[in-house]
Design a protein around this ligand. Sequence first.
Ligand SMILES: [Zn+2]
Length: 291
Amino acid sequence: MITAGYRLAKANAPFCKNKWRNPGWVLHSYQQYPDRDTARAAFDFPLPVAIAALVEGGPADQAGLRTGESFSDLPGGIWWGADPVRHKPSFALVDIVNIRVNALFDGGQAVGLLVRGKPGEAERRVTIEPPAICASYFIISSNGQDDAGADGQYVRVSAALAQYTPDADEFAAIVAHELAHNILEHRKRLDAMNVQRGIGRMFGKSKKAFLQTEMEADQLSVWLMVNAGYDPAAAVRFWQRRGPDKDKGLFSDGTHMGWRDRIKILQAEIEHIQTLNQNRLPHEPPLLAKM
Ligand SMILES: [Zn+2]
């Protein structure tokens, strides 16, 4: 998940308005798991927040960081002591560390981190200088649903949908669609129009605005894929597989386009891209030229 997300966000950085320097890791805390003792037994937590996953070949990976390691000297310090949320899974500590770490990288220079590994291992200093890429967190959610989403900050793919999509290019198509929503600031646009989602069916102006964002995300997604070296036809293949499966399912909510229309939109964009010189990447996506 983060490797696909990182690759898409890095390759398309020249066209993103909102960028951040991303080290290419996902952090986690045992606090976020329903059963903390099991989480502590399953993963290494030298401190309550540790590296859960690394982007292969990303800045943190190249700097020699490993999963299961923590940072011990973040600016402002972190109070690891009491644990006010006893029974409810909480991302509070991960959020605190992410904010501190992002502030460090904001400066634009190389950042030194004091890294703590397994008990008994000496702390070591690691220097990392990540490039600026399109800003989004990439997460796999285990909410039991078979879906994906984007809220302006996060790109989320459910574990069930990830399992349904083992092909790397098809999976990248899902991530690219959601990342496109964030790059195009769709959440902001819909919020400004007061479009309410998830409350029954949408009508009139709300529905039209929502469908417009879906179409734009599909259009932009294949450009993002090509720039990151993914096969854009995988987006079509995904819907050829998913569409008929969805028709059989219960979760057609009337707010999304039909899958046949989506394939047409994707194919039109792919044809447009094919008219360009493929030796000159990245291509500027038309939807981002005016941003
Ligand atoms: Zn969408």
